[in-house]
Design a protein around this ligand. Structure first.
Ligand SMILES: *[C@@H]1O[C@H](CO)[C@@H](O)[C@H](O)[C@H]1NC(C)=O
Ligand SMILES: *[C@@H]1O[C@H](CO)[C@@H](O)[C@H](O)[C@H]1NC(C)=O
Ligand SMILES: *[C@@H]1O[C@H](CO)[C@@H](O)[C@H](O)[C@H]1NC(C)=O
Ligand SMILES: *[C@@H]1O[C@H](CO)[C@@H](O)[C@H](O)[C@H]1NC(C)=O
Ligand SMILES: *[C@@H]1O[C@H](CO)[C@@H](O)[C@H](O)[C@H]1NC(C)=O
Ligand SMILES: *[C@@H]1O[C@H](CO)[C@@H](O)[C@H](O)[C@H]1NC(C)=O
Ligand SMILES: *[C@@H]1O[C@H](CO)[C@@H](O)[C@H](O)[C@H]1NC(C)=O
Ligand SMILES: *[C@@H]1O[C@H](CO)[C@@H](O)[C@H](O)[C@H]1NC(C)=O
Length: 341
């Protein structure tokens, strides 16, 4: 039996799943793209490769004789034999068995795909702290917090060991605090670098609980002052805009959609207030031209990638002089400033 390492690859996030008793627990979220790897270097060596879901054969094939499996929209990679599940659904969770038979050996692997208990979304202002609660009510053996494939905190009851670890690039330096009573992890002084998914695994002898958190960072408000008739730019401030699949620019207390951008096709508000005044930049930023008082107020951009949503807020102050047309003398001018928050 070959000693092969197992990896589970999600299209967007890589989660190192835990292996227990030869069974690989694969924690996913609904809609994730999951690939169960055969890790076979040369699948042509095997005269039989078989994937099973529970007791049901999904597919049996070899390199020369291939029956493409189409059961519940599953797919097998023709070159690697790996099983691909696009957009996983609850009913596709459970145990998957892989068997690969060659003239010299047999490889067996077991995967258990389970849906994370919950994904909790936490929005936090830049510079603030966020606590990821483990909500432990029962005795546990081990707790692990993961970020980007790295374990960032670990509690091992048996060893009385409570440790936090940084990721290789050092972004959590002096920022992690682990509460050894509640098993909760606090991340202090949050920046954009700390957004994304955090996975929590709670192990005990009988079962494993997986939770995940999405941490979104809301930047501090940026203030913009602009004169009537001039233009102003709402800058995303990010240079890697292609990372974000969707950008939503919103305005005002009612979150009126100003612009929606997915990929390269921006859609603009047809609202009278913004019609024909919006200039879209390649980097996702917007310029509002020929500003009027009605453009004062709060703007918000939501930049969503598969991993996280980044929020930025702008407060636009419009200043200018208007002539009072009902003033018969016609010469008096007043200073105006308008802001709605
Ligand atoms: C592939 O499978 C077919 C059908 O089961 C079988 O006839 C053939 O010998 C297999 N090929 C190899 C290389 O084992
Ligand atoms: C495997 O997955 C199923 C369905 O999610 C679950 O009911 C079962 O307890 C899991 N088995 C193990 C050994 O984790
Ligand atoms: C605690 O954990 C750290 C990191 O895993 C390890 O280096 C250390 O040896 C552990 N200490 C004990 C007492 O188990
Ligand atoms: C738990 O934390 C408290 C307070 O930080 C500390 O005094 C105590 O030694 C810790 N316990 C263990 C087992 O590390
Ligand atoms: C918070 O992080 C920023 C940027 O990483 C740093 O400049 C600042 O000193 C940190 N503040 C505290 C209170 O640690
Ligand atoms: C985005 O483009 C606008 C217009 O060219 C520019 O003013 C702004 O600085 C750019 N923003 C970034 C983050 O590069
Ligand atoms: C928000 O919508 C409500 C109902 O449509 C409207 O009465 C209110 O004036 C709107 N507020 C703003 C700030 O546009
Ligand atoms: C962008 O939107 C269009 C139309 O709403 C849709 O067909 C397309 O799939 C979207 N593209 C992405 C990358 O989401």
């Amino acid at each position: 039996m070959e000693n092969v390492s197992l990896f589970v690859v999600f299209l967007f996030l890589n989660v190192v799943s835990d292996k227990r008793d030869g069974l690989e627990i694969v924690p996913v979220m609904k809609g994730d793209y999951v690939i169960l790897h055969t890790d076979a270097a040369e699948i042509q060596k095997y005269h039989l490769i078989q994937w099973m879901f529970g007791n049901t054969v999904i597919c049996t094939f070899n390199k020369t004789y291939q029956v493409p499996p189409i059961l519940n929209k599953l797919e097998v990679d023709r070159d690697t034999g790996s099983l691909k599940i696009r957009s996983i659904r609850t009913e596709q969770c459970g145990t998957y068995n892989l068997q690969m038979i060659s003239s010299t050996h047999t490889i067996q692997k077991r995967f258990n795909i389970t849906i994370f208990d919950a994904v909790k979304s936490v929005s936090v202002m830049e510079g603030d702290s966020v606590t990821l609660e483990s909500d432990i009510t029962k005795i546990y053996d081990e707790i692990q917090f993961e970020y980007d494939d790295s374990i960032i905190a670990k509690i091992s009851r048996a060893a009385q060991n409570f440790s936090t670890f940084d990721v290789p690039d050092g972004r959590f330096r002096h920022r992690l605090k682990l509460d050894n009573q509640t098993g909760s992890l606090t991340i202090t002084n949050i920046t954009n670098q700390h957004t994304g998914f955090y996975h929590l695994h709670i192990f005990n002898s009988r079962h494993t609980v997986h939770k995940s958190f999405v941490v979104n960072v809301c930047n501090v408000v940026k203030y913009i002052t602009v004169k009537v008739g001039e233009s102003f730019t709402l800058d995303t401030g990010v240079t890697d805009i292609q990372k974000y699949g969707q950008l939503l620019w919103k305005f005002g207390g009612n979150d009126t959609l100003v612009s929606k951008i997915n990929g390269t096709h921006p859609v603009f508000s047809t609202h009278e207030r913004f019609k024909d005044r919006i200039l879209y930049h390649e980097n996702g930023s917007l310029t509002i031209e020929d500003t009027r008082f009605e453009h004062a107020g709060s703007y918000r951009i939501e930049m969503s990638s598969s991993r996280n949503t980044l929020l930025k807020r702008f407060s636009v102050l419009v200043t200018g002089k208007i002539q009072k047309s009902h003033d018969l003398r016609g010469s008096q001018q007043d200073h105006f400033a308008a802001i709605i928050t």
